[in-house]
Design a protein around this ligand. Structure first.
Ligand SMILES: C[S@@+](CC[C@H](N)C(=O)[O-])C[C@H]1O[C@@H](n2cnc3c(N)ncnc32)[C@H](O)[C@@H]1O
Length: 194
């Protein structure tokens, strides 16, 4: 399996095969109520963006990895090759944003990421973030991708957030946590822009 290696020597397995597959029920159930338009931050090959768009919701996936964006576009997902920290269409008008598959780690500073997502949302817009189980590490770290074969990629900043630490971080970022719950063995936090 492809894995993320943390600077402290830890290992986070990446379900890359899962990302290429169709979105699973455990991905989509927590997103069922989300208001459109939906921004999928770090969309990878576009699994979630595709499923939401197929369900009739206006959706945009963004990702910084050109190969992932090209694959998402090939599959028909609405995508842009852009960082969440770059200027984006519809700033302040998104109904929802999603940070799945550990994407709360993007940029290595969850408060900065949630603050940025808050700027993108309209008032009462919501973000759904997948988080770690309660009691798992909440830390800023560096990771690199270690593929099954071939050389590891460069180190980049990353972070992990446990379910029981999410509300505090979201609050510093100006968001109000509405719900933290597990679904099918995964943990999801929902927070709103006041
Ligand atoms: C853990 S993977 C998630 C894959 C995807 N959510 C899926 O289900 O297919 C993290 C993704 O975030 C992207 N990413 C990293 N930094 C980013 C940034 N600043 N803005 C947008 N995407 C970013 C990476 O390129 C990678 O595709």
């Amino acid at each position: 399996v492809t894995a993320l290696r943390t600077a402290g020597g830890g290992r986070i397995e990446l379900a890359v095969d899962g990302w290429m597959a169709e979105a699973a029920e455990s991905d989509l159930a927590p997103l069922a109520e989300l208001a459109a338009p939906v921004l999928d931050v770090g969309c990878g090959p576009g699994r979630i963006a595709l499923a939401l768009a197929a369900g009739g919701r206006a959706t945009l996936g963004i990702d910084t990895a050109p190969a992932a964006v090209a694959e998402a576009a090939r599959r028909g997902a609405p995508v842009l090759c852009r960082s969440v920290f770059d200027p984006l269409p519809g700033e302040g008008r998104w109904g929802s944003a999603v940070l799945l598959d550990g994407n709360i780690g993007i940029g290595g500073d969850p408060v900065a990421l949630l603050r940025r997502v808050g700027q993108l949302l309209r008032r009462a817009g919501r973000v759904v973030a997948e988080v770690g189980a309660p009691g798992t590490p909440t830390e800023r770290t560096a990771v690199r991708i270690e593929p099954r074969r071939g050389r590891p990629g460069p180190w980049f900043p990353w972070a992990t957030v446990a379910a029981d630490r999410f509300a505090d971080l979201a609050s510093v970022a100006g968001l109000v946590t509405e719900r933290v719950a597990d679904h099918d063995g995964r943990w999801f936090a929902t927070a709103a822009r006041p």
